[in-house]
Design a binder for this molecule. Sequence first.
Ligand code: FES
Length: 166
Amino acid sequence: MASPFNEQQQARFDAELPKILQRFPEGHKSAAMLPALWLVQEILGWIPEPAMELVAGCLGVPPVRAREVATFYVMFHTEPKGRHVLDVCTSISCSLCGAESALVYLEKQLGIKAGQTTQDKKVHLREAECLASCGTGPMLQVDGGEYVENLTPKKIDERLARLRRD
Ligand code: FES
């Protein structure tokens, strides 16, 4: 099986996976699937098929178990994404507060549609289900962590300007 990593990436994986596995009792290494896949995504930015096979092998489960998990959770990317991932919640509370308008504005500013990546590979835009910020919608999640709430075109422009500088 070809490694999904270059030499430096492989060294990081080899150093960090044992630390993750330490947190799980002997005989239950398969429970480390989420953090092990997360480690791969931190290293590569996404989780290609060979990486799923590698993780499955390390955890002693069939590759299909890793694929099931990687494809179930939206926070895992099974295709290459942009350097930054923007999620716009379009569930009911945010929708009532104007999420669709915010999404259309973002699409216009980025020159892409939701589900696409900008040509310079800097930004991938997605539509997302509720991100637990319902009282401050419409909202935007940046790179799976930072929330930009009560979105306005001005706030979107400011955040995009910062992303472009990164
Ligand atoms: S509905 Fe948008 S965060 Fe909950």
